[in-house]
Design a protein around this ligand. Structure first.
Ligand SMILES: [Ca+2]
Ligand SMILES: [Zn+2]
Length: 150
């Protein structure tokens, strides 16, 4: 048995390995409508940073409502959210503060890094052209992540 006095402080350890969060039921059911690569990706990301799944698959009525609300620019069935399983997912840092773009940028950065390590190709609503610059676009869709399929 190792003496407890020889252990590093717990605080440091927690910051290093992340929070070990988990999805609530609503997030889980929305994530279940997404492509398995998005599920694998976000099930890894939730171990590091806390967030909610806002939207996975959107049917015709939901897509029309999203366009009307300004949350989407494309009519059904042209959004990646419209396929089933969904090729896109919208996520937001928990607890949600829609006015805090920095938290969204941080979340997208975490997801980008994990996707790279897992070999999953994604495009982020915070960086549509994927050049690493999040300031070079007119329409930023902070919650949005979609699969790139070639
Ligand atoms: Ca960019
Ligand atoms: Zn989206």
């Amino acid at each position: 048995m190792v003496s407890s006095t020889s252990q590093p402080p717990r605080k440091t350890q927690a910051l290093t390995i992340g929070g070990g969060y988990s999805f609530g039921e609503v997030s889980q059911s929305k994530l279940a409508t997404c492509h398995e690569d998005l599920q694998r990706l976000l099930n890894e990301a939730i171990k590091v940073v806390d967030f909610s799944v806002i939207c996975g698959h959107r049917g015709e009525a939901e897509q029309t409502a999203a366009v009307r609300a300004g949350a989407s620019k494309v009519q059904y069935p042209n959004s990646k959210h419209n396929s089933l399983p969904s090729l896109a997912v919208d996520i937001a840092p928990y607890p949600i503060d829609w006015n805090n773009a920095e938290r969204f940028a941080h979340l997208q950065g975490v997801v980008r890094g994990i996707a790279h390590v897992m070999g999953i190709k994604i495009r982020l609503g915070g960086d549509w052209d994927m050049d690493g610059d999040i300031t070079d676009q007119k329409f930023t869709d902070w919650p949005h992540i979609e699969l790139v399929q070639d």
